[in-house]
Design a protein around this ligand. Structure first.
Ligand SMILES: Cc1cc2nc3c(=O)[nH]c(=O)nc-3n(C[C@H](O)[C@H](O)[C@H](O)COP(=O)(O)OP(=O)(O)OC[C@H]3O[C@@H](n4cnc5c(N)ncnc54)[C@H](O)[C@@H]3O)c2cc1C
Length: 405
């Protein structure tokens, strides 16, 4: 896993159509299982029915673990605990892919639950310090604070006395987690969330960047390029980092809450923070990659995307600037269970690759799983693409065994 920048850039050329490399980690039985699951998810009516039932089960607390754990959970999550997820971590590690253990418990609203999340994240950080297959840790600030509090803080609204205490607790919790990341020399990616709570997250992240990123990027901000203001934000953050002497770490993503953002803006009658169309998002995303590579002496990035064009564009930018494939400041990242054909081929060509590996009790991961399913049908295409890659590999294996016979 440890990149060696002195190494000659003599890696095998990158191809996303090398199916044998992309799926070498799956046995025939595992490939057949993926084929079945992705085949089912490829039918929009079935995905709509499944997500509606899951939302219903979540609301009415109907037990559905029996149906979810052996199917969609198995594809997209590592397990219910860190221990259960270590199998997936090792399997990725063998293929030079790092795992980002993502404690996917959402929608908590009590201090006791926030405390549990803090303990869990610190445990991941400590584990990462000892396990080279876990190169970084990650956190969602909404996992350690109530959304309503973050919204009030973002809007600079007056807080009640209990809320002021909560805000102090949040600051202290976040500082302790960042301190643990710094002490263990493990970078911490802070996820980006909904725009109406993001300002509070920005302030927390920036203050910790100033404090802990003096030598290298330990605290990473996430920039969502589906927002029309974030490219400028990123540019200014780099300028500020250079001016004030702290390194910039960023995870660059397009953004996951498209419909939620647009619907809320419409309902409340304010201009949407989202780009007018997908082309504008693609353009902003690629511009953020270019800006990063041009500032690579000061910036460390994680390109969190399943978009082939942007991924190839980043490899081209690296080549243009004479950067090694395994340049330590550049990571490519996909979600576990998605775009394996990209992750495994990138790793085989020497690029630094990680995968977000969500884990947690099945019920707690349901919102994440529902989002994955919805995102893939809404964007139309990604799940079809995943499925067609699996179909191609099955064909290739059948042909290979036919030739051997
Ligand atoms: C490692 C990793 C970490 C991630 N972390 C975060 C995070 O912290 N926060 C977060 O929000 N998301 C995060 N994501 C999710 C990421 O934002 C989604 O995967 C993303 O929505 C899909 O992006 P893509 O680059 O693969 O997109 P593509 O499939 O190329 O494009 C789809 C995306 O384009 C944008 N888009 C689609 N239609 C429109 C439109 N009409 N107008 C404007 N924009 C449009 C949306 O963002 C949509 O999701 C992460 C993803 C990965 C892989």
């Amino acid at each position: 896993m440890t990149p060696n920048p002195d190494q000659n850039n003599e890696f095998p050329p990158l191809s996303f159509r090398d199916f044998s490399t992309a799926f070498a980690h799956l046995s025939d039985t595992e490939l057949r299982f993926s084929y079945l699951i992705f085949g089912l998810m490829n039918r929009p009516w079935l995905t709509t029915l499944g997500t509606t039932l899951a939302e219903w089960a979540l609301k009415w607390r109907i037990p559905i673990k029996w149906a979810v754990k052996p199917t969609i959970f198995r594809v997209f999550c590592g397990g219910e605990t860190i221990f259960e997820s270590l199998n997936a971590v090792e399997k990725l590690g063998v293929n030079r892919i790092g795992a980002i253990l993502d404690y996917s418990v959402e929608g908590q609203d009590r201090e006791i639950e926030f405390g549990k999340t803090e303990t869990e994240i610190v445990r991941i950080i400590q584990l990462a310090a000892e396990n080279p297959n876990i190169p970084v840790a990650c956190i969602k600030v909404s996992g350690i604070a109530r959304n309503a509090l973050l919204e009030k803080l973002s809007g600079n609204q007056d807080l009640t006395m209990p809320e002021k205490r909560e805000a102090v607790n949040l600051q202290a919790r976040f500082e302790r987690i960042c301190q643990a990341a710094f002490d263990n020399n493990v970078p911490l990616y802070v996820d980006a969330e909904e725009s109406w709570i993001q300002d509070a997250i920005d302030r927390l992240v920036e203050s910790m960047m100033v404090r802990f990123n003096k030598e290298r990027a330990i605290i990473f901000q996430t920039i969502q390029l589906f927002r029309h203001d974030r490219l400028e934000y990123y540019q200014k953050l780099i300028e500020r980092g250079r001016r004030e002497g702290f390194k910039i770490g960023v995870k660059i993503v397009r953004g996951a809450y498209l419909d939620k953002e647009n619907n809320r803006a419409k309902e409340k009658g304010y201009p949407t923070p989202i780009n007018p169309n997908i082309e504008a998002t693609h353009k902003a995303y690629d511009a953020a990659l270019k800006l990063s590579v041009e500032n690579i002496d000061w910036v460390e990035i994680c390109a969190g995307t399943h978009n082939e064009e942007s991924t190839i564009y980043l490899t081209e930018l690296m080549a243009e600037h004479g950067l090694q494939n395994n340049h330590p400041h550049i990571y490519f990242s996909q979600l576990y269970g998605m775009s394996d054909y990209m992750s495994f081929n990138l790793a085989a060509s020497g690029y630094n690759v990680t995968k977000y590996l969500p884990y947690g009790p099945v019920r707690a991961t349901l919102p994440y799983l529902i989002r994955r399913a919805k995102e893939n049908t809404a964007i139309a295409g990604q799940m079809g693409k995943e499925f067609s890659m699996i179909v191609n590999e099955r064909k290739r294996r059948r042909q290979e065994s036919f030739e051997v016979e």
